[in-house]
Design a protein. Sequence first.
Lengths: 227, 230
Amino acid sequence: MRFNLATKILIILVFGFQLNAQNDSISQNKKTSKVPVLYDEERQYFGAMSLTYQSPMPYGNNFIGKGFEGNGGYNFKFQVFIFKNFFVGFSYGFSDFNTTNTELIGNYTESTVEEISGILGYEFLPLPKVRLGVNTSVFGNATLTNSIQSGYGNRDFGKLRNFGVTLEYEFVRNLNVLLEYNWRKIKSEIEVPNELKSFFEEGTYNTLNIGLKFNFGGSAFTEKLSF
Amino acid sequence: MPKRLHFAIWLMLVAVFSCEDTIIEDNIRVLVHGSVVDQNAEPITNASIKVYADADAFGADRVLLGEGVSDASGNFNITSLFGPNELFLVDVSSGDQYSTYRYQTNTEEFTPGDLTFNLQTVALKEMTNFTYNIIRESGEGNTLYYRFTYLDANCTEVYEEGALSDSLSYCNTTRVTGSTLDDASPNAENIGFIVPLQSQVEFSYRLNEGEEISEIITINSADYAFQFSY
């Protein structure tokens, strides 16, 4: 799936405007509908923190897709609901990889990708206790720390782009079990010969995350600002 | 005088024990490519290509930056890590049955603009054992002086700022081995060295104070055995 930043922001804005336009009807529906998809005042939070284990899965004809094999990792997210279920936040995590084809990428045995980004997203409420979210990265950075042999290593840098979908179940008040799938792309800054440019200019992998999310507060950020 | 001596010793110690680590640079890869053939220009499959960096200083390790093998056509394309070091080495080999080739340059002084090291065609020679037996049959009191002159097919090409330096390279050099056989040690049995197949070995000998005689031996079979008696 290929989403550039503008497309991702557009999707978020469309959801935001649609929500705004339906604000009145949602308020009315609240009393009649048991399953308001876009907003439910009783299920509104101020923010959330999540910690997940992630399983990275390389794909594509690039240095990560052809040269790496996923080996695990962790992700931490902090988010604040700005307006209704529209949220912003940041994400920090790392993914460990083993290398599988050193002839293609250089002689290192392991690589750890440190992933840092801002996030924008939206959460839907399709069922009671269930949340379905989409999120995208903004201003993401990735640092690949490569281990060569004892005492030696080097690092590669790149811009991180992420698009994720989440499925949550609130099994205890304020505590959700979280399942997340992410499409990640690193626009690498690695200097290479022309023959290798297409192979190294980006690296792609997906992650499957599972973990817990803790929600806090009872109203969105903008609602706290209104008097 | 003692002060100067101390200073000189101190300088020598600094020079000998100054540590410089092998450097692996961030955010860069180079491409090492070429092809491997034998002495008959036939491609060698699965030849080993290893790329090393070495600061060539006390305490510095030789670090393997890239490795791979040649394909069925003898071609290789190895993506390698890179760094500015005293020694940047590419070793090409194909087991014990072939000679070896080394590309050597200094990447502190030179980095190719296109980040590509093109080794072009590397020719490895098929090698074999040359074993000789020299037996004395003429009785005590006779002394034989002998030597073998043969080709060392292992090759190191040294490049300075991208250009081959003939003076620093050593390829197809000749080697000499020999000894003296006398009453104390009258025979040389099952002594050997490695030579390229189809190459020639010059055997030179002199019995007592006689004239030196040379003969050329063509290595036309594997595990060549040479017999000589005097």
